[in-house]
Design a protein around this ligand. Sequence first.
Ligand code: GRG
Length: 293
Amino acid sequence: MTTPDFFQADHSAIEAALERALPSETTPPETIHRAMRYSVFAGGKRVRPILCLEAARMFNDNLEGAIRAGCALEFIHTYSLIHDDLPALDNDDLRRGKATNHKVFGEAMAILAGDGLLTLAFETLANAPIEPAQRVRVISEVGAAAGTIRGMVGGQVADVEAGGKAVDAATLEYIHRSKTAALIRGSIVAGAIAGGAADADVERLRRFGDLIGWAFQVVDDILDVEESSAALGKTAGKDQEQQKATYAAYYGLQKSRSIAADLETRALKELEPFGGRANRLKQLAQFLVARRS
Ligand code: GRG
């Protein structure tokens, strides 16, 4: 599966905006800015900012607000990866094909780099060129998506608490829809709001985002079993080693693949009323499920 043809152009626009939004390596205190930039620019598909950008494009040609919101989402995502890799959580030494943040900068600086990125995310949103009423809604949506109530941190709490235990299907679904789907859904909703979408369209895209974000984590579980560390840029087989609650462990690979395909079908159904306007989101959804890394 190749990336959609617009992916590289979006990726480049996001890279340039991230470069502008992050303090330079020589801005004091230099160490934390080096650590923040190290993980942001270590690679990464930029899935969340690209979804944000493409959701906005459905409603508006002026994309600067969505690009800035996309940077904020990538900062939050990168903070979550830095913290997730810490010894107290997953204790990993490979991320985005490079040594993890704490391996290079030490645990204290890695914690602070995550904190710095999370804080910068909300400063970036507050200053984004989005109409004030919509900007406040975007800040609220992103905060909730990254937060504790059915958001990323809440899902991570459930994930940590489920480690090594037998979980039921409902708990597994809760973990995946919270720790991963919430931020992906939030990226799409933020883009739609920044683009000026009507409420009914925002809600339809929220349902799309939940389903495709959920499928994304099911695929992540499958890839952890099927792919190599070199292909993933992170340690493969880690879920099994740490007895994580995953779809692959609970349902097996074949059933997990059919669950991901079903979630993709349901997600694409939500896009149908938008017609051709949703073509790019549709291609992104298909790419996210077919990806191998
Ligand atoms: C607050 C101490 C503290 C920790 C927070 C919230 C959290 C830790 C972690 C978030 C949970 C998490 C890492 C979920 C996994 C999501 C996931 C599939 C990440 C990989 O995303 P990709 O494939 O990665 O988009 P790239 O590198 O391409 O950006």
